[in-house]
Structure formats: C-alpha cells, structure tokens
Design a protein around this ligand. Structure first.
Ligand code: C5P
Length: 240
C-alpha cells in the first residue's frame, strides 16, 4: 500500500457541488473519500452513484454508523448498496445483531464496526453509565467491542489511534483498523469536538491501516499541501 492509499478524506460538506470540488482537488492526494451523514442527508443515496461514476466504486465508502435493530439496518443498507463495498455500524447492538448484518450483506461487502467514537472522553463514558474500569481506560472498552466485532465476522473496527496497537495485538494484523480523531501538530481545529486524538505519524506507527483526516485538511489555507504533509507523516510512520 502507498502512504496516500491510507488516507481517507471525509466529504463532510453540505452539498454535492462542494463534494465534487473536493474530489477534483484531492483525488490524486488521498486514497479514499468517505460519505457521512451530512452529505448523505443533503443529497440522498443517489450521491453514492454519482461519486462512483466520478471516482470509481473503490474510492469511497459510506459512513452512516448504523445503529438500530437488525431488520431495520438490513432494510436500510440493502436499498443503497450500489457501488458500496464498505460501511460502518455501531458495535452496540451486540453479537447476534452484528452477525446478522454480516450474514445479510455477505459477499465482498465489508463492515467496519464503530467501537467508541473518538469524540467520547473518559468523563463522557462515566456519564453514560459505563463501569469505572472502562471510563478510566477506554482501550479496555474498545478491545471488548473489537473482539465482539471480530467474532461476528466484521472486517475491522473504527477506533482512535490511542487504541490501535492493543486492537492489532488482540485481533491480529489482518483485522482492519481505521482511525479518525487525527490531529497533526500543525492542524489544530478551533472548537474541536474530537477528544482521543493522535497525530498521523503516531496512528500509522501504532498500526492503523487507514486514517481519517477531515478538518485539518479542509480548513488549511492550502488543502493540497496539507494533504501532502499528512501523507509524508504517514510515510514516516510506515517506515518506523
Ligand atoms: O478530522 P475530522 O475530525 O474533521 O474528521 C471527522 C470525521 O471522522 C467525520 O466524518 C466523522 O464522522 C468521522 N468519525 C469520527 N469518529 C469515529 C468515526 C468516524 O470522527 N469514531
């Protein structure tokens, strides 16, 4: 894998014209584009087809973080399958629900299970009613969920760069790990909602297969230069 193939740029933008501009600008700089709730709500499922026509089916994935009963998730995802080979669902429905999703999608379809959002802090976990053991060490909670996801047949998980080493050790190198919550030293985000953050270099050095970098690139004065700087850090992390 080239360093740039490991970089995912989230199309967290309000409409398809803006999304297209980012795709045109960054298609040579990043590996994958991610469609999340904002663009999907604005443009509907048809955006997936339109992007597939523009950048090819293997250059983007759908990150809606499904979280519902299995039959509802199944119904929702099978209506928008076109051109999608990778999607995200929350781990929290439990083992049987995860297994059902994996089985009902089947084939070459990959599911990434979201463990603990990178915007969640230890304090948030306590407020949410999690045991102190998990609040004090979110890695333990991420590991619990990652093992569940692996047992269910998911292709991998989404977690922060702080937990990736532990997940790879527990679940093996082939179990995919995607890390958002990436903040380069030069890429502070005003009013940031991300809490469990690491740099591109650290995430990759810790074993991440892919990193998601949005606002540090999107809000940079020169977005192409920012993407290239992230890719340089990825390359350094791969080397060490
Ligand atoms: O770099 P930035 O914080 O702007 O990127 C955030 C992106 O990563 C958003 O699209 C968000 O949905 C996604 N994401 C996340 N935390 C997760 C999973 C995905 O921030 N656990």
């Amino acid at each position: 894998m080239n360093p740039k193939d490991r970089l995912i740029f989230p199309l967290d933008v309000p409409d398809k014209d803006t999304a297209r501009r980012y795709v045109d600008l960054l298609r040579e700089e990043v590996g994958l584009f991610k469609v999340g709730l904002e663009l999907f709500m604005a443009e509907g499922p048809v955006i997936m087809q339109e992007l597939a026509n523009e950048v090819g089916p293997n250059r983007f994935f759908l990150d809606l973080k499904f979280h519902d009963i299995p039959s509802t998730m199944h119904g929702a995802i099978t209506t928008i399958l076109h051109g999608i080979t990778l999607t995200t669902i929350h781990c929290d429905q439990g083992l049987e629900a995860l297994k059902k999703m994996v089985a009902s999608l089947g084939g070459d379809f990959k599911i990434l299970a979201v463990t603990v959002l990178t915007s969640i802090s230890s304090e948030d976990l306590l407020t949410l009613g999690y045991d102190r053991q998990y609040a004090e060490d979110p890695t333990q909670l991420v590991l619990l969920k990652a093992k569940l996801a692996q047992e269910a047949g998911c292709a991998g998980v989404v977690c922060s760069g702080q937990e990736v080493k532990a997940v790879k050790k527990e679940c093996g190198q082939d179990f995919l790990v995607v890390c958002p919550g990436i903040r380069p030293a030069w890429g502070a985000v005003a009013g940031d909602d991300q809490k469990r953050i690491v740099t591109p270099y650290e995430a990759i050095k810790n074993g991440a297969d892919y990193i998601v970098v949005g606002r540090p690139i999107r809000t940079a004065p020169d977005r192409v230069a920012a993407a290239r700087q992230v890719v340089a850090e990825i390359a350094a992390g791969m080397k060490d």
